[in-house]
Ligand binder design. Structure first.
Ligand code: SAH
Length: 275
C-alpha cells in the first residue's frame, strides 16, 4: 500500500514514520509513504499557496491550482475521470478536515484494504472547497477539535491504517482483539497463536494489561491472571472490558456485539452503582 501526503510543511513528516511498527512495515516493503511539498506546484516568486477568502472573514484559504497540480503530478485526475478505474487499483483521495466524517477503527479497517491513499493537509482556514468537490473521495476528521493543520491528522491516519495492512502486525489477527475490535462472530479463522480465550473485543474497549513484577508499589496484579485458568481469565477480561467501556465510553455499548452473558454482567455492574 502506498500513502501520498500533500502538505506545505514536508519537514513535519521527517522522522515521524521512523519508529516501531510503522518503520518496520516500510522496511519490509509492505507500505510506503511519499511526501509532496505543495509549494513546488506554485509559479510565482513568493511560492504563494494561499489567498484571502471570498466573502471576507478571518484568515486565508489554500488556493485550488497548486493542489490540482500536485495531484496531477502523482497521477491523480479529478474524481469524474477516476470513476472507470477498477475498485482494486483506484486511489482514494482524502481531505483532512475538522468537518469530515470521524476516523474510527472501522473506517481505518476499510482504508487498509485500499492500494493507494492520498492525504491532503489543509492549513489556515482550510482548502478551497472545489478541491473537495472535484478530487476527494472523502473528508476525514480525527476528532471533534480544531488542529492548526492537517499534518498531524494525516500522520494519525497513516499510523492507524498502516498497522492494519495485512502482514504489518506481527500477529495478523491481533487487530481484532484490541479496543474497537470486531465481534467473535465476524472473526473468520482461528489463527494460530491467538488464544481464543481473548475474545474479539466486539466494539468494546480493551481490558487492562499487566506484566511482571507481580507486585509493584504495593499493588498486586490480579490473582486470576496468574492461576492459568483460561476460562476464568477470559471471564475476568470480558468483565473488565465491560466495566471500562461503561465508565469511559458508554456510547460504544449501543453498537457493541454483546452476548447474553455480557448483558447479565453489564446489568450486574450497573446494579453495583445503584447500591
Ligand atoms: N476552518 C476550519 C478549520 C481549519 S484548521 C473549520 O472550522 O473546520 C486548518 C486545517 O487543519 C484544516 O484544513 C484541516 O486540514 C486540518 N484540521 C483541523 N482540525 C482537524 C481535525 N479535527 N481532523 C482533521 N484535520 C483537521
Amino acid at each position: 500500500m502506498r500513502f501520498e501526503i500533500i502538505t506545505i510543511f514536508p519537514g513535519f513528516f521527517e522522522g515521524i514514520f521512523e519508529h516501531g511498527i510503522v518503520r518496520r512495515a516500510q522496511a519490509e516493503g509492505l507500505v510506503s509513504v511519499g511526501v509532496h511539498d505543495l509549494r513546488a506546484f506554485t509559479h510565482d516568486r513568493h511560492r504563494t499557496v494561499d489567498d484571502r477568502p471570498f466573502g471576507g472573514g478571518e484568515g486565508m484559504v489554500l488556493k485550488p491550482e497548486p493542489l490540482a497540480e500536485a495531484l496531477a503530478s502523482i497521477g491523480i485526475p479529478p474524481l469524474a475521470d477516476r470513476a472507470a478505474e477498477p475498485e482494486t487499483t483506484r486511489p482514494r483521495v482524502i481531505l483532512m478536515s475538522a468537518q469530515g466524517r470521524p476516523l474510527t477503527q472501522a473506517v481505518a479497517r476499510e482504508l487498509a484494504t485500499m492500494p493507494r491513499i492520498v492525504l491532503i493537509c489543509g492549513r489556515y482556514e482550510g482548502v478551497d472547497e472545489r478541491i473537495n468537490e472535484l478530487y476527494c473521495d472523502m473528508e476525514l476528521s480525527i476528532g471533534d477539535y480544531v488542529l492548526s493543520g492537517g499534518e498531524l491528522a494525516a500522520a494519525v491516519v497513516v499510523d492507524t491504517v498502516m498497522r492494519l495492512v495485512p502482514g504489518v502486525l506481527g500477529n495478523e489477527a491481533s487487530g481484532e482483539f484490541e479496543s474497537f475490535g470486531i465481534g467473535d462472530s465476524e472473526i473468520a479463522v482461528d489463527v494460530e497463536g491467538v488464544p481464543r480465550s481473548q475474545h474479539g473485543s466486539g466494539g468494546l474497549l480493551d481490558y487492562p494489561h499487566y506484566t511482571r513484577p507481580a507486585e509493584f508499589a504495593g499493588l498486586r496484579a490480579p490473582e486470576v491472571l496468574m492461576n492459568g485458568d483460561h476460562q476464568q481469565i477470559r471471564r475476568w477480561r470480558r468483565e473488565q472490558q465491560l466495566r471500562k467501556t461503561l465508565r469511559n465510553r458508554p456510547d460504544l455499548l449501543n453498537a457493541a456485539s454483546l452476548s447474553g452473558d455480557d448483558q447479565r454482567l453489564l446489568d450486574a455492574i450497573r446494579g453495583e452503582g445503584e447500591k
